[in-house]
Design a binder for this molecule. Structure first.
Ligand code: IPM
Ligand code: MN
Length: 349
């Protein structure tokens, strides 16, 4: 019996989570696994009413779960940064979900904004470090508000943090068993402290993986290759901020935010799965948002729980639908409502 914590969150989060849960229920029936869910309201609206975000008691409670399924965070009524740091980053850090795993996979050429790219050309995974770097929140103001003001934001990188992320990425390349290639994406030519540590650690760990080809690309060049030659990539490992940026571009070349899912992974603890697109507040309550990213997040969650067949079946169903019934992945243009897309996945599963 899996215990799954559900955080619907803000904006369209609750709508896509509902569809994800429909598919989870259908998969449970078909593949014979049992689970229970509990809802956690960590939304912006709750914050406005109660002042509460995620506190340490919530973290103790969440540690009792096998996985977390998250909709989206971000409420336009709340000042930017509060929910993001008080909910999403708090969960990632406190649960030590040190990997942000973001597959970039094109399911149908028609959804790719790049000319002549086919599904076999866009199939890679970004392993984003998820607990350190510039996201650590270290820094300070000096002489704030004056003409002499200085704002300092520190990228914090530990040998342990970098090494565990790089090891995970090597294991991922081995497990995928595709090109067996791992690309380190950094900025060694300018950020000479952080990326020196990353590069040294990468080279040392690489010696233990003679079966994996290694490669290095600066982050700016990486964005260029994503557009020009995405077929070069298999697994990419990078830090928190670079990973954040390149995976938005990754989502676009795989068909957009409607389809991109990710996992915040603690290999020894509780992991959290989410559509990476955000809360899309302008579509809230309209039943037009694409729930496929949330449904793919459910597939990633099941894979992580060990329900490999169920995970594969959901992905296969989604691939089938985006090649036949569903005409666009954009909100309002799918040819179906949010709930109808969820129903279609259930029916075809
Ligand atoms: C993401 C998001 C978050 C991030 C925001 C909402 C804090 O953009 O998951 O990529 O920057 O990590
Ligand atoms: Mn992001």
């Amino acid at each position: 019996m899996y215990k799954i914590a559900v955080i619907p969150g803000d904006g369209t989060g609750p709508e896509v989570v509902n569809e994800g849960l429909k598919v989870l229920a259908a998969a449970g029936k078909k593949f014979g696994f049992k689970y229970e869910t509990k809802n956690f309201d960590f939304s912006g609206q709750r914050y406005l009413k109660t002042g509460k975000l995620v506190d340490d008691c919530d973290i103790v409670e969440l540690k009792k779960y096998n996985a977390i399924f998250l909709g989206a965070v971000g409420d336009p009524d709340v000042k930017p940064g509060i929910i993001e740091t008080g909910v999403l980053l708090k969960l990632r850090f406190a649960l030590d979900q040190y990997i942000n795993l973001r597959p970039v996979k094109l399911y149908n050429s028609a959804y790719c904004p790049l000319k002549d790219k086919k599904p076999e050309d866009i199939d890679f995974v970004v392993v984003r470090e998820n607990s350190e770097g510039l996201y650590k929140g270290m820094g300070e103001f000096k002489d704030k508000g004056t003409k002499e003001e200085v704002a300092i934001q520190i990228s914090y990188n530990t040998r342990k943090g970098v090494e565990r992320c790089i090891r995970y990425a090597f294991e991922c390349a081995r497990k995928r068993n595709k090109k067996k290639k791992l690309t380190l994406c950094g900025k060694t030519n300018v950020l000479t402290y952080a990326w020196d540590l990353w590069q040294r650690t990468f080279n040392e760990v690489a010696a233990e993986y003679p079966d994996i080809t290694t490669d290095y690309a600066h982050v700016d060049a990486t964005t260029m290759w994503f557009v020009k030659n995405p077929e070069w990539f298999d697994v990419i490992v990078t830090d928190n901020l670079f990973g954040d940026i390149i995976t938005d571009l990754g989502a676009m070349i795989q068909g957009g935010m409607g389809i991109a899912a990710g996992g915040n992974i603690n290999p020894q603890g509780v992991s959290m799965f989410e559509p990476i697109g955000g809360s899309a507040p302008k579509y809230t309550g309209k039943n037009v948002i694409n729930p496929l990213a949330a449904i793919c997040a459910v597939a990633m969650m099941l894979d992580n729980l060990g329900e490999i067949e169920a995970a594969k079946a959901i992905e296969k169903t989604v691939i089938g639908l985006v090649n036949k019934d569903i005409k666009s992945l954009a909100a309002g243009k799918m040819g179906y409502s949010t709930t109808e897309v969820g129903d279609l996945v259930v029916k075809n599963l």
